[in-house]
Design a protein around this ligand. Structure first.
Ligand SMILES: Cc1cc2nc3c(=O)[nH]c(=O)nc-3n(C[C@H](O)[C@H](O)[C@H](O)COP(=O)(O)OP(=O)(O)OC[C@H]3O[C@@H](n4cnc5c(N)ncnc54)[C@H](O)[C@@H]3O)c2cc1C
Length: 418
């Protein structure tokens, strides 16, 4: 983490003085904002943590959940993502609580006794030394907690506005706050709320309503693939239980096995196969007993006796990509700037096997956030989608090359992380 940019700071350098919009920040969601982020997943939280460094930019983040994510979902943090955490100042703390992946074992059917699996390879996880940081396994909820802390301690003092469901939006042809967003409270009186924004970032996941409201769609795999995912404490004689493993059995079943933080827990992604049209989400009713029975069939001759299920889910996913990342229709590109962007799972989804979902989603959120921050702060012109963006020093503006008046209330320039 870099700090003491502007002289020695006494006290915790992670807590920056409140400045600009962070001084007397209203608790309630205002009627007008510069940037409205929809969704407090990895894409939305990193965008919030970055935009909160800009004391002149009013950013709010709405999330339908009533509070923080408590547990579950993705857990694989690629080494390059830990570099990103370093830029936000929490890499070392999260490394301390994570499980480090150093090697992967591959198990296949024994050619002589195909009903049994045997280890066929054990490979270093990162033979190319892609980063000085390790490949980690840590709960998505903890990643979100760290970004929430960065946003809270940033000059704009950003906190998520929980309990708001995004319903729809429309974009007007003129005016500053062109995007009119309709929200609904998810608790209490379920009242509707209208907020007008200069820009909206849709970080609302694979079933994104922001994407739907700008007429974009995900295209790609016809069918989803389903995985029974379980974080468990269990007894087993499987010898690689504390190593990441890709396990393939003779009848086509497979497991992706990942040891988890804390040295006792582990996660298994048990293959439930492709989900066909007409399934009507029936696969989601796959019972824990069935997932455990499948796991035992795949692991044969080893056995697994689950003692405690700490989290479980049936996760359905396919490889899909959006047809466009913003609200400008293809025939109007170059004639008007975008006002609505989609990021993360809202615009691309990946197989759980690849362990990419959370990683690439964070990069999306970070990328659009620093660009929007610079445009709204007047340090870069135009189109944060990248078509027209030009900072003083080219595509990526120099953080310290400021125009007069472009300082926060504390007299310090906004901080671009990274
Ligand atoms: C139930 C579940 C289980 C998963 N399990 C795994 C897994 O085991 N392994 C893996 O690699 N990946 C898993 N993923 C995928 C992984 O979590 C995502 O790839 C990653 O989190 C994408 O980040 P994101 O910020 O783009 O979207 P998400 O993490 O999906 O975040 C979207 C956020 O937007 C909120 N939201 C959605 N709609 C609205 C709305 N209308 N109004 C307001 N808020 C809204 C959601 O509550 C959520 O907090 C899982 C995802 C889900 C949803």
């Amino acid at each position: 983490m870099q700090f003491h940019h502007h002289g020695y700071v006494s006290g915790d350098p992670r807590v920056q003085p409140a400045a600009g919009v962070g001084v007397d920040r209203p608790t309630d969601l205002p009627d007008e904002v510069d940037v409205l982020i929809v969704g407090a997943g990895p894409a939305g939280m990193i965008a919030a943590a970055q935009l909160a460094q800009f004391p002149n930019v009013v950013t709010r983040l709405v999330e339908r959940r009533p509070g923080r994510l408590e547990i579950g979902q993705a857990d694989g943090i690629q080494a390059r993502s830990v570099e990103t955490f370093q830029a936000f100042g929490f890499a070392n703390r999260i490394i301390d609580e994570a499980f480090r992946i150093t090697e992967t074992c591959f198990w296949k059917p024994d050619p002589d006794h195909p009903e049994n699996i045997v280890r066929v390879a054990r490979t270093p996880d990162d033979p190319n030394g892609i980063s000085e940081f390790p490949h980690l396994i840590v709960n998505q909820a903890r990643v979100l907690d760290y970004f929430a802390e960065v946003a809270r301690n940033a000059p704009a003092r950003l906190e998520p506005d929980y309990g708001y469901d995004f319903i729809t939006l429309s974009v007007a042809g003129s005016g500053d706050h062109r995007v009119t967003v309709t929200l609904r409270r998810t608790t209490g009186d379920l009242a509707e709320r209208v907020v007008r924004a200069k820009y909206v970032i849709g970080c609302d996941g694979a079933r994104s309503k922001v994407r739907e409201s700008i007429g974009r769609e995900l295209v790609g795999d016809q069918a989803n693939h389903a995985w029974g995912v379980m974080d468990v404490l269990a007894e087993t004689d499987f010898p690689d239980i504390r190593r990441k493993c890709a396990i393939q059995s003779h009848d086509g079943g497979s497991i992706l096995h990942i040891p988890r933080e804390g040295d006792h827990l582990f996660r298994m992604y048990v293959d439930l196969g492709p989900v066909h049209d007409g399934d009507h989400q029936a696969v989601r009713n796959t019972s824990q007993e069935e997932v455990e029975a499948r796991a035992n069939r795949i692991l044969h001759p080893y056995t697994l006796t689950v003692r405690k299920v700490c989290w479980r889910s049936v996760y359905e996913v396919g490889h899909r990509l959006t047809d466009k990342f913003d609200d400008v229709p293809a025939d109007l590109v170059g004639t008007r700037t975008p006002r609505v962007f989609i990021t993360g799972d809202a615009c691309h989804t990946h197989s759980a096997k690849a362990g990419q979902g959370m990683n690439v989603s964070m990069q999306d959120g970070w990328n659009i956030a620093w660009k929007l921050g610079h445009v709204l702060d007047g340090r870069a012109q135009g189109d944060p989608a990248g078509h027209l963006l030009r900072g003083a020093a080219g595509d990526r503006p120099e953080p310290d090359r400021l125009r007069p008046g472009m300082v926060g209330a504390d007299g310090r320039p906004p901080r671009r992380i990274g």
